[in-house]
Design a protein around this ligand. Structure first.
Ligand code: AR6
Length: 175
């Protein structure tokens, strides 16, 4: 168990630079691009990514879809859609956990062993950062415990976000 838990790490930086089997995109239900990390991933991957996304026809909140990585160092992109924060009583926690769980499941089905996540829903969608980090790391621990992954990275865009994740990771031992 401890061995699997040690496969989880928090890193700071631009997720589009990571050389992993898959990076996760915090997309919207259209899968046709947007701002934030979604915009950065589409810019770095190039137009072929959007072309493949067009053929998918969208993704409901809490689900995930797989594409190629094109010009990214990552071979694949797992596109998932987190919830828009509406105050916390509209099922946001369950929807966010579902986005992580669906991403891990899709990755495992496709033989992806190294995966990096951005802090889904915590930017434009307004989900409180620490609450989201608890859900992300809880789901990361469940996925690590299956043994399906060699490396699970939580890629934060700022040092401040990374310290929140580090703190949560240390507060929640075991799993
Ligand atoms: N690498 C890593 N993390 C990043 C990067 C990057 N290059 N760029 C931003 N972040 P957001 P959401 C962080 O807003 O809240 C889009 O328009 C950012 O600091 O990208 O799920 C979609 O199309 C934050 O911590 O995603 C949707 O419409 C985290 O990524 C909507 O935004 C998520 O912020 C989704 O909103």
């Amino acid at each position: 168990m401890a061995d699997h838990a040690n496969r989880i790490a928090v890193v700071t930086g631009d997720i589009t630079r990571l050389d992993v089997d898959a990076i996760v995109n915090a997309a919207n239900e259209s899968l046709l691009g947007g701002g934030g990390v979604d915009g950065a991933i589409h810019r770095a991957a190039g137009p072929d990514l959007l072309a493949e996304c067009r053929g998918i026809g969208g993704c409901p909140t809490g689900e995930a879809r797989l594409t190629g990585g094109y010009r990214l160092p990552a071979r694949h992109v797992v596109h998932t859609v987190g919830p828009v924060w509406r105050g916390g009583t509209a099922g946001e926690d369950v929807a966010l956990a579902s986005a992580y769980r669906a991403s891990f499941a899709l990755a495992a089905e496709n033989g992806i062993r190294t995966i990096a996540f951005p802090a889904i829903s915590t930017g434009i969608y307004g989900f409180p950062k620490e609450r989201a980090a608890r859900i992300a790391i809880d789901e990361g621990r469940r996925a690590a415990a299956t043994g399906a992954f060699d490396r699970i990275l939580f890629c934060c865009f700022s040092e401040a976000d990374a310290s929140i994740h580090e703190r949560v990771l240390q507060q929640m031992p075991g799993g």
